[in-house]
Design a binder for this molecule. Structure first.
Ligand SMILES: Cc1cc2nc3c(=O)[nH]c(=O)nc-3n(C[C@H](O)[C@H](O)[C@H](O)COP(=O)(O)OP(=O)(O)OC[C@H]3O[C@@H](n4cnc5c(N)ncnc54)[C@H](O)[C@@H]3O)c2cc1C
Length: 499
């Protein structure tokens, strides 16, 4: 595989891309044919294909592959964020849910509307291999179609779907980027959600966008793993001249004509704050003061629904969702990967710790997700080399209503025993919003092309750009935006943004 053999630290690359997650891989896949020289740096390594990829004890108890660092909360207490640093970013572990934001989600906070994103959603769905069924979800965008048929429900999920329909709800096949089907690669070897795929059946950023480029005989991409960007560097005319990279114990100054930040919503904000210099003491790209602000990650609850007398033998559970409460502003309900006993053993709920096996064998497992508001006081800061997430706990009434509706729905469907597990600050999976895009440079960091208002050659394509989080999973929107911005840059006259 073409990786880092032809790196020349003295060269000025046309593009320096920082981070190889969903946003970074999408932008590079669009830029690949541009004839530009591209250097992508990734702080983590490749995830090896090994039997441990699918080991529940290894991942749930030993935290194999997980980021080891600790962040601080607003009180200065340490917590372990649930995230990963590796090639492909968090998408290596994602559950594959691949929703477009709804048309009405593109409200006045967004500097663009759904119709501008629609072609890029379609392209992202094709590249990631999204499976779904058009016409079932009452909230789906009017032009929604899927490149591949849905993943069929297993028996217990089929029964649940029938019972929900009887209640007047509209359960639908979850749109999902997993290569499952008669010809598919998927072997159902793990709960999938939260696990890397040993047989590369998951439509993650590495499998679908980065790897095909690296496998090319003459790849346009120079790719450095285990290389961390520490700071960006600004020139006297506000252009970004490059970045300080840390690799094999050494620092390098890497120059580039355009810099694309895609280190994830928290790390990209931290990187810009850590790049403060005498001219910009509040950090780069921060004339609005919004760098790091408006952190969002959805309000999330796991609901385990049990019938005492019925086991749930489902292997691949993430095939059904319900959006009947979406338009009320309550959020989305979807099945999550099948919960296993090891995932319950360390939970604070006594019942989980006492009866993990009994519960895991019987539970139907749901993920309840509501929109969280872009509050400027919820912010990422970077102090003394440490990331801090300042979150002001506020009541999310819509989420409370969603929990009540989901409990009622499952009780009526024959699951009388219900356990909820509200996720806290450590649930950073859907982190977004910290470098928000907008139509006005006073209250946003990026314009509608994800370009910094302050620095004409700096772009950001990870989940930082979201001005509002909506209430569906973010990855497809990140991929679509990366493709959109990459194509825009490819077609921009050389140095067009620098004029
Ligand atoms: C368990 C789990 C399940 C999920 N399930 C779903 C789902 O079903 N559907 C969905 O839509 N979303 C899901 N998500 C969320 C989804 O994976 C993320 O929203 C998405 O991958 C974020 O993409 P990104 O490009 O913003 O950032 P990331 O994926 O975080 O990529 C950032 C990359 O930058 C690298 N990096 C960070 N700092 C630096 C630095 N200083 N220098 C160099 N490199 C750096 C990181 O190592 C990483 O590879 C899930 C996430 C998790 C963890």
């Amino acid at each position: 595989m073409n990786a880092n053999l032809n790196w020349n630290p003295d060269k000025i690359y046309d593009y320096l891309i920082i981070g190889s997650g969903m946003g970074g891989s999408a932008v590079v896949s669009a830029l690949a044919e541009s004839g530009s020289s591209i250097l992508m740096v990734e702080r983590g390594d490749f995830i090896r294909q090994e039997k441990e990829n699918w080991s529940v004890p290894e991942l749930a108890l030993n935290r194999r592959y997980a980021a080891e660092e600790k962040w601080l909360d607003s009180r200065g207490n340490e917590f372990t964020p649930r995230m990963y640093y590796n090639v492909g970013g968090n998408s290596k572990f994602f559950g594959g849910s691949a929703f477009r934001l709804r048309e009405k989600d593109f409200d006045s906070q967004w500097p663009l509307d759904y119709s501008e994103m629609a072609p890029w959603y379609k392209k992202a769905e094709e590249i990631l291999g999204v499976r779904g069924k058009q016409g079932e979800d009452p909230t789906e965008p009017s032009d929604q179609s899927y490149p591949l048929p849905p993943i069929p429900h297993e028996q217990a999920v089929r029964d649940l779907s029938r019972k929900l329909t009887k209640q007047g709800l509209h359960p639908f096949h979850l749109p999902i980027a997993v290569d499952q089907g008669p010809e598919g690669r998927c072997r159902k070897g793990s709960p999938c959600d939260g696990f890397p795929c040993m047989v590369r059946a998951k439509g993650d950023a590495e499998n679908r966008m980065l790897r095909p480029l690296l496998l090319k005989e003459s790849s346009p991409l120079t790719f450095l793993t285990n290389t961390r960007a520490l700071r960006l560097l600004a020139g006297p005319d506000n252009t970004i001249t490059g970045a300080v990279l840390f690799r094999n114990g050494k620092e390098y100054i890497q120059k580039a004509r355009r810099v694309i930040l895609s280190a994830g919503a928290v790390n990209s904000a931290a990187l810009l704050l850590n790049s403060a210099d005498t001219d910009m003491p509040e950090g780069l790209a921060n004339s609005s003061g919004y760098v790091g602000r408006c952190y969002m990650a959805h309000t999330n609850t796991v609901l385990l629904a049990l019938s005492l007398f019925r086991k749930n033998p489902t292997v691949f559970q993430k095939t059904l969702a319900v959006n009947d409460f979406y338009n009320q502003g309550w959020g989305n309900i979807q099945l999550r990967g099948k919960v296993k006993k090891e995932m319950l053993q360390n939970k604070k709920q006594l019942a989980f710790r006492l009866f993990p096996d009994f519960i895991a064998q019987r539970s139907m497992d749901l993920w309840l997700m509501s929109e969280d508001s872009p509050n400027p006081e919820n912010r990422v800061t970077f102090e003394n080399g440490r990331i801090r997430i300042n979150l002001n706990p506020t009541e999310n009434r819509g989420h409370e209503k969603l929990i009540r509706a989901a409990r009622k729905m499952m009780r009526k469907a024959g699951y009388p025993l219900l356990f909820t597990d509200r996720r806290g600050i450590e649930a950073v999976q859907h982190q977004c919003g910290t470098l928000r895009m907008g139509g006005n440079s006073d209250n946003s960091v990026l314009n509608k092309w994800c370009r910094s208002w302050d620095h004409p050659n700096l772009y950001v394509v990870d989940a930082s750009f979201f001005p509002a989080s909506a209430a569906v999973n973010p990855a497809l929107t990140i991929a679509a935006m990366g493709l959109r911005v990459g194509t825009y840059l490819k077609n921009l006259p050389h140095k067009g943004d620098l004029c």
